[in-house]
Design a protein around this ligand. Structure first.
Ligand SMILES: Cc1cc2nc3c(=O)[nH]c(=O)nc-3n(C[C@H](O)[C@H](O)[C@H](O)COP(=O)(O)O)c2cc1C
Length: 162
């Protein structure tokens, strides 16, 4: 069984969720797509994770899929998102991923996200502050990491590897 988890995020949530997922998938390898372009040929299962920013997945994930789509179609695949508005996850998936990749994936999850963070960049801090204000005005609960969906993905993947 060989599992590669590829991911990209702008701040820290996607990295945190990726670490939690990898701990549930013994022997899995993790690659941060903002730093490396992995050779996926030797893996059976490729998991792709991305943060959402202004409705879009990370550009490193876009490039990874574009460069590997043919090979990805021959593998077991799974997809997860980290975002502040999980109720829009389906919309983000359809907008950002090739339909044929979505259709063949054995697990697709939204791992939630964090809006109570202090992002690295000033611009991001301003956006997060505005979003937080709106949440307060609407008396809405902040989005948090959805640990159950991380477990669900691990459980979806492990049986297919036996
Ligand atoms: C500049 C900016 C834009 C964002 N745009 C969206 C968005 O369009 N939809 C959404 O659901 N969440 C959005 N978010 C929330 C992020 O997806 C959420 O904070 C997530 O946890 C980020 O993952 P990361 O920490 O790995 O970058 C945005 C956050 C920032 C800072």
């Amino acid at each position: 069984m060989s599992i590669l988890i590829t991911y990209a995020g702008n701040n820290s949530t996607t990295a945190e969720c990726t670490k939690l997922l990898s701990e549930k998938l013994p022997g899995s390898h993790v690659v941060n797509l903002t730093k490396e372009s992995p050779d996926i040929s030797s893996y059976d299962t490729i998991i792709i994770g991305s943060c959402i920013r202004f409705n879009n997945i990370h550009s490193s994930v876009v490039n990874f899929i574009r460069n590997n789509l043919e090979l990805l179609m021959e593998k077991d695949t799974a997809i997860y998102l980290c975002c502040g508005f999980p109720e829009k996850a389906n919309q983000y998936l359809l907008h950002n991923f090739p339909k044929k990749l979505l259709d063949k994936s054995i697990s697709i999850q939204c791992f939630g996200g964090k809006l109570r963070v202090k992002p690295h960049k000033l611009f991001d801090q301003l956006i997060i502050k505005t979003v937080q204000k709106n949440f307060k005005m609407e008396n809405r609960e902040y989005t948090e990491i959805d640990y159950e969906s991380i477990q669900t993905m691990a459980s979806d993947i492990l049986p297919s590897k036996k």
